[in-house]
Design a protein around this ligand. Structure first.
Ligand code: VGL
Ligand code: ZN
Length: 227
């Protein structure tokens, strides 16, 4: 008989998403990572995990996703938005590395490697024996999922880590529900894992988009559970 083995993925519980440049201040709990910290701590304290992994968005200062860098990259002819006047949340199309098309949503600068904003929130408990997986290091491509970059050009060490630990069930919590948590859950499903979104242990950017994305995850057979 095969044995169930469970990993808890704690996605991007970093200062910038909770109290820094991408914090959703004065928003309902669904959008405010401050409400999420103690729920995640309660989860990581449970005895049922075979593995706990914390992910970190880990960008170089010249990363393509920063609105402040948009003017430095070449505009693709299909882009309806001019990168030199682009604003936060705009979706631009860049032409990078010769002739590669990159759709990119622009964000405020965040999670710059080794900065305060990139540190895990100080109130977050970091479980003994847990692992940290970083993503988003290539300046030319964003990486929302903890498994693959947005172009599926490269993968992190996460899948290998899960394989090495014979993981069968993946539980995901953290931020942002509608961005990095969402992409991570999708890739986990595509890789064939039984996948659970711990909804009350997540916070997202836009409550409308959270609803849309969670519905899509349900259609893809993700299990939506509460802590
Ligand atoms: C994220 C926007 C940009 C996330 C990362 O962690 O959800 N969102 N980079
Ligand atoms: Zn990012």
């Amino acid at each position: 008989m095969s044995q169930n083995k469970c990993v808890l993925l704690v996605v991007d519980m970093q200062n910038d998403f909770i109290s820094g440049s991408l914090a959703m201040k004065d928003c309902p709990a669904k959008q405010d990572g401050n409400h999420t910290i103690h729920v995640v701590n309660k989860l990581t304290s449970l005895p049922n995990w075979d593995l706990i992994v914390y992910t970190k968005d880990w960008h170089p200062a010249d990363h393509i996703s920063f609105v402040t860098n948009a003017y430095k990259f070449e505009r693709h002819e299909e882009s309806t938005i001019d990168p030199t006047s682009a604003e936060v949340y705009d979706k631009v199309v860049f032409n990078v590395d010769g002739n590669q098309r990159r759709e990119q949503v622009l964000w405020p600068p965040h999670c710059i490697q080794s900065s305060w904003g990139s540190e895990l929130h100080p109130d977050l408990l970091v479980a003994n024996g847990s692992h940290i997986v970083t993503k988003g290091m290539d300046k030319h491509v964003d990486s929302y999922s903890a498994f693959f970059d947005n172009q599926h050009l490269q993968e992190t060490e996460l899948r290998e880590l899960l394989q090495r630990n014979n993981i069968t069930h993946v539980f995901v919590c953290g931020v942002a529900t509608d961005v990095c948590v969402n992409f991570t859950v999708q890739d986990s499903l595509d890789l064939g894992y039984q996948t659970y979104l711990v909804e009350d242990a997540c916070a997202g950017v836009s409550w409308q988009n959270i609803e849309v994305q969670v519905k899509k995850l349900v259609e893809k057979k993700a299990n939506i559970i509460q802590s």
